[in-house]
Design a protein around this ligand. Structure first.
Ligand SMILES: Cc1cc2nc3c(=O)[nH]c(=O)nc-3n(C[C@H](O)[C@H](O)[C@H](O)COP(=O)(O)OP(=O)(O)OC[C@H]3O[C@@H](n4cnc5c(N)ncnc54)[C@H](O)[C@@H]3O)c2cc1C
Length: 424
């Protein structure tokens, strides 16, 4: 078998890009994955359509990567989302842009993306071994020696790229193996946590499932500090009541703030406030609904609200506001209306946690970014060791940002691993 220039561990977007890039830069590459197939998470990403990247400019891209996005400035200077889009097009994967800059394959098929990437890696002459779990990375005399795979076989390489992903959705192969090897090389692993993950709640209206399945279009969700009640973050978008709490894009975006607030304060829950009418002030809404009630003196508040809110929400809002739904327009008090308006502008859901890390779209935390050279992705602790993808303490919102971060760090890691392996 001999010696390789570069061994890449993990065939997700980060590892596939690293292998392709190392091959393109003249290295003899071996790509190892423990699964039966490469790109298993990629194949289920974006609801099976694979939101491969996002077309926003770099500053906006980085703003959407709240977990250490700024670490990626030098990576993006070398290979960014536009380069990635071109890379896909050159492989024959035509892309289209949807809302918020999200880029998808025209085929709407994540599998077509995986197949093209694998074909491309093979075409560069890379040897691929699936069903081959790496057990450890071998370090000798203060640098990388190679890897040991299941069964004890040791394989030598001048550079090893760790692209093992995070710890979410472990049946796709991402079981967090890379963290251990990083620690053995002297790296710090920042605390892991689930992010881009649905929120759970013990509120009665969640427990009794009265709102289950209700989807909300274009609302805002604000996470409040559980002790100081100050605003931690607001996200606007769609959301969904589920049988356990809240999901949908806006809830996923809020999730990391919920997780951090719960961990930092030890509070039992965190208030998340929904504004069903983010474009209208409470005063404007009150005036509008007041004249509406006055113009329909005989109509009950319940029936009026049914015209203004999703049906399913009406009883919960009335109950929370403590106002009788049978009150007619002529009898409605300003005070009663104000309580209703408060509920639709500040509908509070006490969030007690999230689904577990295994069910999260993304793993927060990972290999400390300060210990990786941002220009090359080489370890600052162990020469010849490189990291890319979700194993690093970098995480983005949903919207194509995570695959972009994984692929671009993969490209840079692969290139510099190849260059290192060729250096005299
Ligand atoms: C359901 C779902 C949908 C998503 N949709 C999107 C989306 O549309 N857009 C987006 O940007 N992001 C999306 N994400 C996030 C994105 O998929 C991940 O951030 C990305 O796949 C991370 O890439 P990676 O290469 O670092 O790791 P992974 O894709 O997790 O790949 C890691 C690979 O390493 C292999 N491996 C692990 N340990 C070993 C070992 N010991 N030996 C050998 N091989 C090993 C695994 O088998 C696996 O193939 C989604 C995530 C999920 C769960």
């Amino acid at each position: 078998m001999g010696m390789y220039d570069v061994i890449v561990i993990g065939g997700g977007p980060a590892g596939l890009m690293a292998a392709a890039s190392a091959g393109m830069h003249g290295a003899r590459v071996l790509l190892l994955d423990k699964g039966d197939k490469l790109g298993r998470k990629l194949a289920i990403s974006g609801g099976g359509r694979c939101n491969v990247t996002n077309n926003k400019d770099i500053d906006e891209l980085i703003r959407n990567i709240p977990g250490n996005g700024r670490f990626l400035y030098s990576v993006f200077a070398e290979f960014d989302n536009r380069d990635l889009a071109r890379f896909f097009e050159d492989m024959g994967v035509r892309l289209k842009e949807e809302d918020n800059g999200r880029m998808f394959p025209v085929s709407d098929s994540a599998k077509s993306v995986v197949n093209a990437l694998v074909r491309n890696v093979r075409a560069a002459g890379t040897e691929i071994r699936t069903h081959t779990p790496v057990e450890r990375v071998i370090y000798e005399n203060g640098r990388v020696w190679g890897v040991q795979v299941r069964g004890g076989e040791k394989i030598r390489a001048r550079a090893v790229v760790v692209a093992t992903g995070g710890k979410s959705v472990p049946h796709t192969g991402s079981t967090g193996d890379g963290y251990v090897w990083a620690e053995e090389a002297g790296h710090t692993i920042t605390e892991l946590f689930p992010t881009e993950v649905p929120l759970t709640s013990k509120e009665p209206f969640i427990r009794n499932r009265s709102l289950q399945g209700l989807s909300l279009r274009d609302v805002t969700l604000t996470v409040l500090h559980p002790v100081k009640s100050k605003k931690l973050v607001t996200h606007r978008g769609d959301a969904l009541f589920t049988h356990f709490g809240l999901s949908g894009p806006a809830a996923l975006r809020c999730s990391q703030f919920v997780v951090k607030a719960l961990r930092q304060t030890g509070a039992p829950d965190v208030p998340v406030v929904i504004d069903f009418f983010p474009d209208e002030s409470a005063n404007a809404l009150e005036e509008k609904w007041w004249s509406h009630a006055r113009n329909h003196p005989k109509r009950t508040l319940r029936n009026t609200l049914k015209e203004l809110l999703p049906d399913r929400l009406v009883e919960t809002v009335l109950g929370k506001a403590g106002v009788d739904g049978d009150t007619t327009g002529s009898r409605l008090s300003r005070e009663g209306l104000r309580s209703i308006v408060k509920e639709v502008k500040q509908f509070t859901v006490r969030i007690s946690g999230t689904l577990p890390l295994e069910k999260a779209f993304v793993t927060g935390g990972g290999v400390h970014v300060k210990e990786i050279d941002p220009r090359t992705m080489q370890s600052k602790r162990m020469p010849g060791l490189f990291f890319c993808g979700e194993v690093i303490d970098v995480h983005g919102y949903t919207g194509g940002y995570n695959i972009t971060a994984a692929s671009c760090t993969g490209y840079v890691a692969g290139k510099h691993a190849a260059l290192l392996s060729k250096a005299p």
